[in-house]
Design a binder for this molecule. Structure first.
Ligand SMILES: [Fe+2]
Ligand SMILES: [Fe+2]
Length: 325
């Protein structure tokens, strides 16, 4: 069986570009021609304000998602069924917080201070991915999240290894390598339960039934490639629908082969077009959830606010903020 796996090696690293980029500072047309034809941009290269804002928005949301994404799994650390599972889950959560750390650094270089990004997240001004706005109800959720949510994320994150913004592309190479281990961890949790009792198999099926809708919404509604500036400027390499099709192609057979039923009677591969046909995801639910109206949106944000306030003394001490002491 193949895995969506990424390996790091010496040739897999984009070296920082030395010297001047092939356009003059201030020449927006030449800049867009550069990024539109696969050219890379370093943090200290000249870039248009629109490009800078678009990369910042994209990376900031990604960083927020890594940070908020640990909360559904955190709920299960103390309830993990064995010591090995507890260690694996804790390690995954540490990885995800590390991803947030790396991505906030990339975003900071684009001009927005980390404190402002955290303040905006806590105030609900910036977004994080839809799947992290839902509660986790059983241990099977831990398996389904690590296996399928991380897999859906990996499909888009692998495409980001070719982002025109080179610091982001480099960071994604490290992150993808770790995400592929998360997918294997999740699959192992799911396989163990599917090899267990009828009650365990029912628990996994019930989790899949709840997560399938958010999973199908996760890559977002199809966009018009001609109007998608993130695609146009090479910030991302693939459109939403292409990513969803890739996810379905890889994971539908894997989900079915272990005896799970996908809760969409319309789901099928159209042999003539080689495209998956499926029930239209609930885009209204997606819009509502990512704007802070999901079932766990406010409780998760409140948890972060309480903890941010409780750890303020640490930041004050480290920053030498005498006024607040
Ligand atoms: Fe991650
Ligand atoms: Fe992950």
């Amino acid at each position: 069986m193949r895995y969506a796996e990424t390996r790091m090696n010496d040739t897999d690293v984009i070296q920082p570009l030395n010297g001047r980029p092939p356009y003059e500072p201030g020449d927006a047309d030449a800049f867009y021609a550069h990024v539109g034809t696969g050219g890379k941009v370093e943090a200290d290269d000249w870039m248009t304000d629109d490009y800078r804002a678009a990369v910042l928005k994209f990376v900031e949301m990604h960083a927020n998602s890594e940070l908020m994404g640990v909360l559904p799994e955190r709920d299960w650390i103390m309830r993990a069924p064995t010591l090995r599972r507890k260690l694996a889950l804790t390690s995954k959560i540490q990885d995800e917080v590390g991803h947030a750390q790396l991505l906030y650094r990339v975003a900071e270089d684009l001009g927005k201070p980390r404190a402002t990004m955290l303040a905006d997240l806590l105030a609900g001004k910036t977004k994080f991915h839809n799947v992290f706005h839902y509660p986790t109800r059983s241990w099977a959720d831990v398996g389904i999240i690590a296996w399928l949510v991380d897999a859906a994320a990996i499909v888009s994150q692998q495409a980001l290894r070719d982002s025109s913004y080179a610091p982001y592309a480099r960071t994604m190479r490290k992150i993808c390598w770790e995400e592929s281990v998360h997918v294997m961890h999740g699959r192992d949790v799911v396989l163990t339960m599917m090899s267990g009792t009828d009650a365990q198999r029912a628990m996994v099926q019930e989790a899949l039934d709840r997560w399938w809708g958010p999973l199908m919404q996760m890559h977002g509604p199809p966009t018009d490639p001609a109007k998608d500036k993130d695609l146009h400027w090479g910030i991302k390499a693939k459109g939403n629908e292409q990513l969803r099709q890739e996810f379905l192609s890889i994971y539908v057979p894997r989900i079915r082969e272990i005896g799970l039923r996908i809760p969409d009677p319309a789901l099928r591969l159209d042999e003539t077009t080689a495209r998956w046909v499926y029930t239209e995801p609930d885009w209204d639910e997606l819009r509502s959830v990512v704007t802070g109206h999901g079932p766990a949106s406010q409780s998760r944000l409140e948890f972060r606010r309480v903890n941010y306030a409780a750890t303020q003394w640490v930041r004050d001490a480290i920053m030498g903020n005498a006024a607040a002491a």
